[in-house]
Design a protein around this ligand. Structure first.
Ligand code: ADP
Length: 199
């Protein structure tokens, strides 16, 4: 049951505009999603470093890191995946509201989960599909997860036992890491960020 004794405070606090003026930038959420090993973290890391060198203030919310703390009570059932995304989106929204350029690197395997994140974050949300085939990801296997999944040691592994829905035209940007190297993908992402629909 919803609590009746909670009174959110917004109007008394220093506003978003003040934070953005201080940082001389606008908050945004770049929601990178795709299979494990598709390149989300690598691309976010490259883009973050480039922005940092230009004096931009950024952060990366990494799905694995969040699962080891804030979300450590969640697994990979449908309900837990939804709750995982809801919490990550709420945190990303808080960061963006402080004027921070926020990269999110989370598998987000279903369209309804991306829609959930978009609904929470609103107009700051940029949906970025990091695209790579299952075979490519299994070959890269940076965390050894594909080998373990093939050996039957991981349940509900995304792309194998648990589905991954590719986007239709709702993705603002598709980074195909089968055909572009990581530096190219980071550059495309940064160009998108500084373009007309970006900052
Ligand atoms: P994710 O965060 O999606 O799980 P990671 O970024 O951790 O994936 O791992 C992707 C792996 O694939 C890294 O070892 C990276 O060096 C490699 N890789 C190869 N080509 C690309 C590319 N075009 N973009 C991003 N990563 C790539």
């Amino acid at each position: 049951m919803a609590a009746t004794n909670i009174h959110p405070e917004f109007h008394r606090f220093l506003g978003r505009e003040d934070k953005e003026r201080l940082l001389d930038q606008q908050g945004v959420v770049l929601w990178l999603y795709g299979l494990s090993g598709s390149g989300k973290s690598t691309i976010a890391n490259l883009a973050e470093r480039a922005l940092s060198q230009e004096g931009r203030f950024t952060t990366i919310l990494d799905g694995d890191n969040l699962r080891s703390g804030l979300n450590r009570n969640l697994g990979f059932s449908d309900d837990d995946r939804s709750e995982n995304i809801r919490r990550n989106a709420e945190v990303a929204k808080l960061f963006a509201e402080q004027g921070i350029i926020t990269f999110v690197s989370v598998i987000t395997p279903r369209r309804d989960l991306r829609a959930l994140a978009r609904g929470i974050i609103g107009e700051d949300f940029r949906e970025v599909f990091v695209k790579a085939g299952y075979a490519t990801c299994a070959e890269r296997d940076p965390k050894g997860l594909y080998a373990r999944a093939e050996a039957g040691q991981i349940e509900q592994f995304t792309g194998r036992d648990s589905g991954f829905e590719e986007p239709g035209d709702e993705a603002e940007l598709v980074l195909d890491t089968d055909t572009h190297d990581a530096e190219e993908c980071a550059r495309i992402l940064l160009d998108h960020l500084s373009g007309p629909s970006g900052s």
